[in-house]
Ligand binder design. Structure first.
Ligand SMILES: Cc1ncc(COP(=O)(O)O)c(C=O)c1O
Length: 441
C-alpha cells in the first residue's frame, strides 16, 4: 500500500480550522495513510498516534470491519430523508447505544458533530422546561475553561476566551461557574485531585443570584479535555448533581471526549458514578470515520415532549444528516469492534501503566504539572515569558518530526491514544516525548 503522498501544489485555498495556517503552509504536515496505532507522513515516516486523531479514533485506524460496513450501506441505501422517514440501522444504533449508556439515558437524538450535539442538548433543555410549563427557566450555566464546540450555544456556555472573544455577545442569560484547575494544591496528582469539591458551590451561588426558577441547565465536561485535561476534584461532580436536583436544574454532561471508553469505563458518568439528565457525545461513536454525534436523554425528558395531536412534530429540531445511513452503519460496526475487543473498558487495564509512564516525566525541564485519568494525560509546561503557547507548539512540531502525534493547547500537552495501544507503545510515546521536552528552549 502507498505509504507516501505528494504535498499539494495549492495549499492556499483551504482555510484550515483551528490551525496556524501560515506556519503550516510553510512546513506542511500532510498525512498519507493510517493503520492501527500509526499514521504515515507524506514522506513515509511512521508516526505513533498519541491523540487518537482528535480524541476520536478510539478503536485505532483503518479498521476493515468499519470500512466494509460503510461501503455495503452506501450500495444498499445511500441516503434516507431524516425527517418523517427512517431506515433500519438508525433505530438499531439508537437502541444499542441506549443499552450501553448510563442508566436512564434511554433516548438518542443524532447529530453530526460534538458542536451540534451540544447545541441540540441546550435546545432540548430549554424546550423541556417550556413544554413542562416552566418557560421561565431560560438561563444556561457553563463553566470557565469549558469547551463545548464552536456553535453559538456551545461558545456561549463554553469558557475558553480565545473561542469567544471575536464573536460578539452570543446567547443572552448565560453564566459560568469557576473551573477546577488548582495547580497550587493539586499539581502532579495521580488521578482525581483531592482539593476543590467546594468549587461546585458556585452553582448554588448562581442559583441564589439568578433564582433557580430562571435556570434551565448546567453543562460541564466531566473531565475537561480541550482546555488541557482538567480532572474534577473528589466529590465535585456529586455536589453538582445534588445542587441541580435541589433546584430542578438539568445536568448535562458533555462526553464528546470522555465517551466510549476514554476513562476505562463506557462513559465518564460510569467512572464517577454520577448520572446526568442529558449526555452529549460524538467522535468515538463512529471512531471518527463518518461524522456523527449522539445526544442521550432520560425517558422523562423525552416523554414530556410526546404530547398534543399525534400528527404534529414534537420537537422542531434536526439535521439533514441526523442518523444518516452511512454514519449509522459505521456506528454499528464500531460498537461491534468495541464490544468484541473489550475496548470500552480496556483503558482501565492500561491506566496504571499509563499513569506511571506519564509521571516519569516529572522533573524534566519546564514541566510544572502532570495529570492523568483513564487513558488521558496532560503535561503542563511553564510558558516562555511573554510568549504564551510557543513552548508547547514547538513541542508539537518537534514531536511530529520525532515520530509521535501529540496535541497541545496553550502550554499544555494533551495525550489520548487509541484504546488499542500496547504497553510498549505507551513507553515509546513517553520516551520520545521525554526527548522532545528535553530539547525545548
Ligand atoms: C467536550 C467537547 N464538546 C464538543 C466538542 C466539539 O466537537 P466537534 O469538533 O465534533 O464539533 C468537542 C471537541 O473536541 C469537545 O471536546
Amino acid at each position: 500500500m502507498l505509504q507516501t503522498a505528494p504535498i499539494p501544489n495549492n495549499l492556499e485555498a483551504f482555510w484550515m480550522p483551528f490551525s496556524a495556517n501560515r506556519q503550516f503552509k510553510k512546513a506542511p504536515r500532510i498525512l498519507a495513510r493510517a493503520e492501527g496505532m500509526h499514521y504515515w507522513s507524506h514522506d513515509g515516516r511512521e508516526i505513533l498516534d498519541g491523540t487518537a486523531g482528535l480524541w476520536c479514533v478510539n478503536a485505532g485506524h483503518g479498521r476493515p470491519e468499519i470500512a466494509e460496513a460503510v461501503k455495503a450501506q452506501l450500495l444498499e441505501l445511500d441516503y434516507a430523508p431524516a425527517f418523517q422517514m427512517g431506515h433500519p440501522k438508525v433505530f438499531e444504533l439508537a437502541a444499542r447505544l441506549a443499552a450501553i449508556a448510563p442508566q436512564g439515558l434511554d433516548h438518542v437524538f443524532f447529530t453530526n458533530s460534538g458542536s451540534e450535539s451540544v447545541d441540540t442538548a441546550l435546545k432540548i433543555a430549554l424546550a423541556y422546561h417550556r413544554v413542562k410549563g416552566e418557560g421561565s427557566r431560560s438561563r444556561l450555566i457553563g463553566r470557565e475553561r469549558g469547551y463545548h464546540g464552536v456553535n453559538f450555544g456551545g461558545i456561549s456556555v463554553g469558557g475558553i476566551v480565545a473561542n469567544r472573544k471575536h464573536f460578539g455577545m452570543m446567547l443572552a442569560g448565560v453564566d459560568h461557574i469557576r473551573h477546577t484547575h488548582d495547580p497550587a494544591k493539586n499539581a502532579f496528582t495521580r488521578g482525581v485531585p483531592e482539593h476543590g469539591a467546594e468549587l461546585a458551590d458556585d452553582l448554588e451561588r448562581l442559583a441564589i443570584l439568578h433564582d433557580p426558577s430562571t435556570i434551565a441547565a448546567l453543562i460541564v465536561e466531566p473531565v475537561a479535555g480541550s482546555t488541557g485535561v482538567l480532572i474534577p476534584p473528589k466529590g465535585y461532580l456529586e455536589k453538582l448533581r445534588a445542587i441541580c436536583d435541589k433546584h430542578g436544574i438539568l445536568l448535562i454532561f458533555d462526553e464528546v471526549i470522555t465517551g466510549f471508553g476514554r476513562l476505562g469505563t463506557p462513559f465518564a458518568a460510569d467512572w464517577f458514578g454520577v448520572a446526568p439528565d442529558i449526555m452529549t457525545t460524538a467522535k468515538g461513536v463512529t471512531n471518527g470515520v463518518v461524522p456523527m454525534g449522539a445526544v442521550f436523554v432520560k425517558s422523562d425528558i423525552y416523554e414530556a415532549f410526546m404530547n398534543g395531536p399525534e400528527h404534529l412534530i414534537e420537537f422542531f429540531h434536526g439535521y439533514t444528516y441526523s442518523g444518516n445511513p452511512a454514519a449509522s452503519a459505521a456506528g454499528l460496526a464500531v460498537l461491534d469492534v468495541y464490544q468484541r475487543e473489550g475496548l470500552l473498558t480496556r483503558g482501565a487495564e492500561l491506566a496504571k501503566h499509563w499513569e506511571d509512564a506519564l509521571h516519569s516525566l516529572k522533573g524534566l525541564p519546564h514541566v510544572v504539572d502532570i495529570r492523568n485519568i483513564g487513558l488521558v494525560g496532560a503535561i503542563e509546561l511553564e510558558p516562555i515569558a511573554g510568549e504564551p503557547a510557543k513552548r508547547a507548539f514547538s513541542a508539537f512540531v518537534k514531536a511530529y518530526e520525532a515520530g509521535i502525534l501529540i496535541r497541545v493547547t496553550g502550554d499544555i500537552i494533551a495525550l489520548s491514544p487509541p484504546l488499542i495501544i500496547e504497553e510498549k507503545q505507551i513507553d515509546q510515546l513517553i520516551e520520545t516525548l521525554a526527548g522532545v521536552i528535553k530539547s525545548l528552549d
